[in-house]
Design a protein around this ligand. Structure first.
Ligand SMILES: [Zn+2]
Length: 57
């Protein structure tokens, strides 16, 4: 299982995600669009999210 804290990339955001890497990336994409106005999840953003993932469980 992986965990991602959105605040690591978006200061001030308290949302966290936990799941498989694919689940987390999908959830982050939806969250970024809905809550941060990011329409396009670029490969650079995906890389940044991957780099901020921590292994839990
Ligand atoms: Zn966020």
């Amino acid at each position: 299982m992986k965990k991602f804290r959105c605040g690591d990339l978006m200061p001030g955001c308290a949302v966290t995600f936990t799941g498989t890497e694919a689940e987390v990336l999908a959830a982050v994409g939806a969250h970024a669009h809905r809550d941060h106005g990011i329409a396009d999840v670029t490969p650079e953003l995906v890389d940044a999210v991957r780099g901020a993932l921590v292994t839990v469980g």
